[in-house]
Design a protein around this ligand. Structure first.
Ligand code: 5AD
Ligand code: SF4
Length: 472
């Protein structure tokens, strides 16, 4: 099977569209499944686990839902808009099913978990509802659905990590891959639905993570991104080796696979990222100097309501510490505009903190109340929509300026770029990323470079989103 992988970011608003797996070479599959993934990178990684489970049962991937026996939507609940997008897709697939009654439709992921049987009972939109910890039961549920029953399993688990399942890489570039290292989340950020949809935090067996990364490297991959809702609280007791593996230790183990394998990770909670992690990053050239460090708000009062457990000053000191140990490290953030009770002054605090941190990039959202969360139960969603949107607009404009300034500071510098493929605009140019996770585009020329190679590139120009350079 030709297996490649692409880098995906957090959610549909970040990417603007869902991703459809086109799959690899057909093996002797009796049936075809089609899967669309929404939301965060975890969800895309989960779809690859699902593909592996289905592959075992004779289902091969197709990029065309009109020929699929099974249509799956791996869904996200993080904001209302994400859920609405999925509902619209479900109505479309329902119409397709009228013409092809044998086709099964399934909802996976966070929306399945949040809405449980509602899909089957109230809306009669789907045949299968499977939560993030129940994918192993998919084959049985499909059989139930094929015999006309409802296939539902939304049980959350305390120990499922799918450690032994080797993901089937979907839509991959063959250079960069995601590797799940933990599941669930124990933080109770008051705005967030994830603890309810993905359950308790649990860490995956360290040896299985290292094996998966080494296997990717052997197959030509040159970058792995270790994924978890809160990677810095990774903690695994390896009884066989009599060893406690912290996130810093895990990073080191993966970095030691080969100096030519780049290591990234996402997401870090500012309260949990330790000096030990920062020193490990400093020690290994192949651990990328980039940290996604979501701040959410720049106001201590709002941070407290969000239950983020740090103050504005504490976060600023963390940024200082990162740059002290890792000068030039790329830092990005997630920011929510218009959380409950947010005043104009709180909003100004957020803008000021953004200027302080000089974020290279941010993912920015306006607050969307999620049923069942602490904030929905305790606070009023009282910032009017037009105010939320205006504040978000100011945040986005400031970030655009900060990104451009950050890129301009790189002009004249030389960076190591891992080539991921052709530039989107021209097949005469390569596209890759530098250690700081910035996209770099440069002419291919006659250099004989290939996808998966490293190139030394001098930055000569930039836009807000891209560095433009030449190989030296
Ligand atoms: N409303 C808006 N944004 C949210 N996020 C999480 N929950 C919400 C919500 N209810 C954002 C946070 C988080 C990112 C993945 O999504 O910024 O870090
Ligand atoms: Fe990922 Fe969170 Fe969305 Fe679930 S709700 S898909 S964990 S971003």
């Amino acid at each position: 099977m030709s297996e490649t992988l692409s880098s995906r970011t957090h959610d549909e608003e970040r990417q603007g569209e869902a991703y459809v797996s086109t799959g690899g070479e057909p093996r002797a599959h009796r049936k075809k499944f089609y899967i669309e993934s929404y939301g965060c990178a975890m969800n895309f990684a989960d779809s690859e686990i699902v593909a592996s489970i289905l592959d075992e049962r004779g289902f091969g991937p197709t990029g065309n839902y009109l020929e699929a026996d099974l249509v799956l939507l791996n869904t996200c609940s993080i904001r209302e808009k994400a859920e609405q997008t999925v509902r619209n897709r479900l109505h479309l697939f329902r119409q397709v099913k009228r013409e092809r009654p044998g086709m099964l439709i399934g909802v996976l992921g966070c929306m399945a978990e949040r809405l449980k049987g509602k899909f089957l009972e109230e809306e009669k939109l789907v045949d299968l509802v499977v939560g993030p910890d129940a994918y192993r039961t998919l084959p049985g549920l499909i059989e139930e659905a094929e015999s006309g029953q409802q296939g539902v399993n939304v049980l959350l688990s305390r120990d499922e990590t799918y450690a032994d399942i080797s993901p089937v890489r979907l839509d991959s570039n063959g250079v960069t891959g995601f590797v799940s290292i933990m599941r669930g989340c124990n933080n109770m950020c008051s705005f967030c639905v994830v603890p309810f949809t993905r359950g308790r935090e649990r860490s995956r067996d360290a040896a299985s993570i290292v094996r998966e990364c080494a296997d990717l490297f052997e197959r030509g991959y040159r970058e792995v991104t270790l994924l978890g809702q809160n990677v810095d609280s990774y903690y695994f007791v390896d009884e066989a080796q009599d060893e406690i593996v912290t996130f810093a230790k895990l990073l080191e183990k993966v970095a030691l696979i080969d100096p030519a394998l780049r290591v990234r990770f996402s997401t870090s909670h500012p309260k949990d990222i330790t000096d030990e992690v920062l020193h490990t990053m400093a020690k290994y050239d192949n651990i990328c100097k980039y940290i996604h460090l979501p701040v959410q708000s720049g106001s201590t009062r709002v941070l407290q309501l969000m239950n983020r457990t740090y103050t504005r000053e504490w976060y600023m000191a963390k940024v200082d510490r990162i740059l002290e140990i890792l000068p030039g490290c790329g830092i990005s953030s997630d920011i929510i505009a218009g959380f409950c009770t947010e005043t104009e002054e709180d909003h100004q605090d957020t803008l000021e903190l953004m200027r302080y941190a000089k974020y290279d990039m941010s993912y920015m959202f306006f607050y969307s109340e999620r049923p069942g969360t602490l904030a929905a139960r305790r606070y009023q969603d009282d910032v009017p929509e037009e105010v939320k949107k205006r504040r978000l607009d100011e945040i986005v404009k400031l970030q655009n300026r900060l990104s451009l300034e950050s890129n301009r500071r790189d002009i004249g510098k030389i960076c190591t770029v891992l080539i991921e493929g052709d530039s989107k605009k021209s097949a005469a140019d390569w596209r890759g990323r530098n250690s700081q996770n910035k996209v770099v585009v440069f002419p291919k020329g006659e250099l004989g470079l290939q996808k998966g190679d490293y190139a030394q590139v001098r930055v000569e120009d930039c836009t807000g989103a891209t560095l433009i350079g030449k190989v030296i």
